[in-house]
Design a protein around this ligand. Structure first.
Ligand code: UDP
Ligand code: MN
Length: 245
């Protein structure tokens, strides 16, 4: 059968959480042989999330972990790192083959991307739309090889790319027990890819030699914080009468 795809989605409690997870879930419902690892950065599991995962019909894994306290205090936080690491721990302990991908809860995915990344041998890469003012972050491909990167923020990164811009073979990852993601804002992708020891020329360019954008770094406008009763208790079937009390 098809190699399994492990989709690691970091998420955290806020008014937009269930809407974001609904969009992501309904995208993944169109993809066969997926394990959706939803990893929540929260002090306690959000009941609405746990309930929603159970009703998606997808094969889901729920993880919960908190961003270490020292990072919570700073303004520019390493968002989603603790929970991605928890997802990687699940892969190390449970996966044998297939491919994994970090899919933030708020991005937009064309399902064509999942069918291509499923065949990743080591690390595959592809363009991500709506990244920086340039509008796209992408490997530069010549004669089928990655020869550089186009990104609005190169800095000192060897792999200037977005978290949504690459997928990794499970076996390749398992063969590298030290591979991990650093709590280093802006350098999470670069640190992770460096820790895998992948060479730029070994990267497999997808999306027709990186000529198609099949994932976008969309960002949802922050709404007014929802009343706790709405965020936590209101699910389909709960009447709005609860708000009158
Ligand atoms: N996230 C998280 N904890 C946080 C903030 C964000 O787990 O305190 C998750 C979020 O749900 C998303 C990912 O980390 O899946 C990246 O966060 P965000 O989308 O806010 O960052 P941006 O896309 O703006 O860089
Ligand atoms: Mn985002």
């Amino acid at each position: 059968g098809l190699p399994p795809l492990y989709i690691i989605t970091p998420t955290y409690p806020r008014a937009e959480q269930i809407p974001e997870l609904t969009r992501t879930a309904q995208t993944l419902m169109n993809v066969p042989n997926v394990v959706w690892i939803v990893s929540e950065d929260a002090p306690v599991p959000t009941q609405a999330v746990v309930n929603y995962l159970n009703e998606t019909g997808l094969k889901t894994v729920y993880r919960r972990v908190m961003m270490p306290a020292k990072y919570q205090k700073v303004k520019n936080k390493p968002r989603g790192v603790a929970n991605r690491l928890s997802g990687l721990e699940y892969i190390r302990e449970n996966a044998k083959d297939g491919v994994f991908y970090f899919a933030d809860d708020d991005n937009t995915y064309d399902i064509k991307l999942f069918e291509q990344m499923r065949w990743t041998q080591r690390v595959s890469m592809f363009p991500v739309g709506l990244v920086t003012k340039l509008g796209v972050s992408s490997p530069i491909v010549r004669d089928g090889r990655v020869v550089g990167f186009y990104d609005g923020w190169i800095s000192k990164r060897r792999f200037p790319c977005d978290m949504a811009g690459f997928a990794v073979s499970v076996q390749y990852f398992l063969e590298r027990p030290k591979a991990t993601m650093p709590f280093k804002v802006g350098f999470e992708e670069d640190g992770f890819l460096r820790s895998l020891g992948i060479k730029p020329h070994e990267i497999e360019p997808l999306a027709f030699n990186c000529t198609k954008i099949w994932v976008w770094h969309t960002q949802t406008k922050k709404n007014q914080p929802a009343l706790p009763v709405v965020q936590n208790k209101m699910t389909v079937g709960t009447n709005l009468d609860i708000l009158k009390t």
